[in-house]
Write a protein that binds this ligand. Sequence first.
Ligand SMILES: [Zn+2]
Length: 429
Amino acid sequence: MSRSTELSQVLRSKKEELVTLTEELVKAKSVTGHEQPAQDVVIDRLKATGLEPDVWEPDPKNLQDHEAFFETSSYEKYGYDGRPNVATYLEGGDGPTLTVGGHVDVVDVTDSEWEYEPWELRQEGDKLYGRGVADMKGGIAAVLIAIEALQEVGIELGGDLIFQSVIEEEDGGVGGTLSALERGYVPDAAIIAEPFNVPNLCVASAGVMYFRVTVPGKSIHAAWGHEGVNAIGKATKIYEALEELDAERKMRIDYPPAYRADSSLEGNVTNLNIGTIGAGDWPSTVPSEAVLEGRIGWPPGESRAEVRDQIESVIQSVAAEDEWLIEHPPELDWFGWQAEPHETDTDAEIVQVARTNAEEVTGETGMFVGGNAGLDERFFELYYDVPAVSIGPEGHNLHGADEHTTVSSLLETSETIAHSIVDYLGTAN
Ligand SMILES: [Zn+2]
């Protein structure tokens, strides 16, 4: 039997283990900002496998001069204490170095629409339900099982393998993947097991930025309202102008990889959302201030600076045509997510290796997808010139109620990644 066949057999025999490990990770609630419980599961697992985990909390002092740095919302709220990253080195031959892994944080459960308990794993036939099964605790489990299978078969790798389990991807990844890269975990290529539905390969991510517009008004008792200026009314003008900008951008901007796997996204590859509005104290006073907070996301093709300019000039042109705002201009701040979009060259060796294996394992043809969500992969590509590809399980209702994936796609992910590790690094024995 060839070693490649043996590797596949060993992996398939680990199907139950893969489900159990996913279950342990789901139960270890790790909403962004509180990642420790799930990292403890990862640390124990690595130790049980005979690997030595490097565990560290990010230090913003070491990151703040990096051009990709921004203060994430979770750092602002919780700091980085008790929020460790985990990485480990598997030494191989003198060949290239490969990073595999993903993020351990998940988004919180904010709606009560769940049919199942979100912090338990629920299996229904091939389907697995639970917060993070797809995004992306299942992927982390698949990578760990792939590494364990490689060890069991006794394959000595021709180059070094880095495994990493990082925090706060959902908030921009500065304290996670950027911190790991800055700590010295810089490979020649990376595979991240985000849920893009193997054999599809994600080769792009969206730019994502948060912004806040503070609109001044003039406060006065409602009975003398004619002497005041209602900040809500002024903010509404800005809201409408931003909606127009969004519509104009949607018409203008196209990026096929963003909707190849979801046709509803065609025509919607860029999006601008005002997510919060705060203004006023009570009905009897003209409000003196209104604050809008929004998010803009866009596919590769424009830089952060270009997108910021567009939003700035829309707000300025609203102000220029308003008697009050021209004298009392709204203030625009950028906060939280400030991510550039990225695109990986599909000819990169790691992309081709992953594609070949994904298609062989699944017996299906894969598509190159991505560009509608912010991803950690950008740090590798944009700031370290390291090609990064995402290959992972099926993912449904990500960030929503009854998030689910399938056991079969998790196993296919594990098998694809195990073979890709061997093919990319080569073997020494
Ligand atoms: Zn994710």
